[in-house]
Ligand binder design. Structure first.
Ligand SMILES: [Zn+2]
Length: 141
């Protein structure tokens, strides 16, 4: 496995999966029924993002990709409007300098960063709900 992908996986899983492969997103889903769908979807997307890659065809644009999450977040031409909305929210959150640092990362690390922002939570609330919702909408499979 390539080093940068491995680093991305550790980065995402450390944000949303704590001990014994248990995600705090399940606590959130249990306590906030209106967030259950988003929690399940994000966990599924992270599973796809970190699992062994295999070639899949995008249902939207029919292009073949070895990582559907990276494809949808960065490359799918049918998702351009939603990608723009999501990256704009991230820009507003991070500010110019941090966003610039994020923009020079490889795409795998950028996607790990987005998934981390989308799943970050404390006290049974998502830390950046607008980014969580925009990410879930973009990644609806
Ligand atoms: Zn596509």
């Amino acid at each position: 496995m390539k080093g940068h992908i491995l680093k991305s996986i550790i980065y995402v899983t450390s944000a949303c999966i704590v001990r014994n492969r248990y995600s705090p997103l399940w606590d959130l889903a249990r306590n906030k029924p209106d967030m259950k769908g988003i929690c399940k979807q994000l966990i599924r997307c992270i599973e796809i993002f970190v699992s062994r890659s295999f070639i899949q065809k995008c249902r939207e644009c029919e292009k073949r990709t070895d990582n559907m999450i990276i494809h949808l977040l960065c490359f799918c031409p049918y998702k351009e409007r939603q990608q723009h909305c999501l990256w704009k929210l991230i820009y507003e959150l991070l500010g110019h300098d941090e966003f610039k640092r994020c923009s020079v990362l490889d795409t795998s690390s950028q996607c790990a960063y987005v998934l981390k922002l989308a799943t970050l939570n404390s006290n049974l609330c998502f830390s950046h709900l607008n980014i969580t919702k925009a990410t879930a909408k973009l990644l609806s499979l």
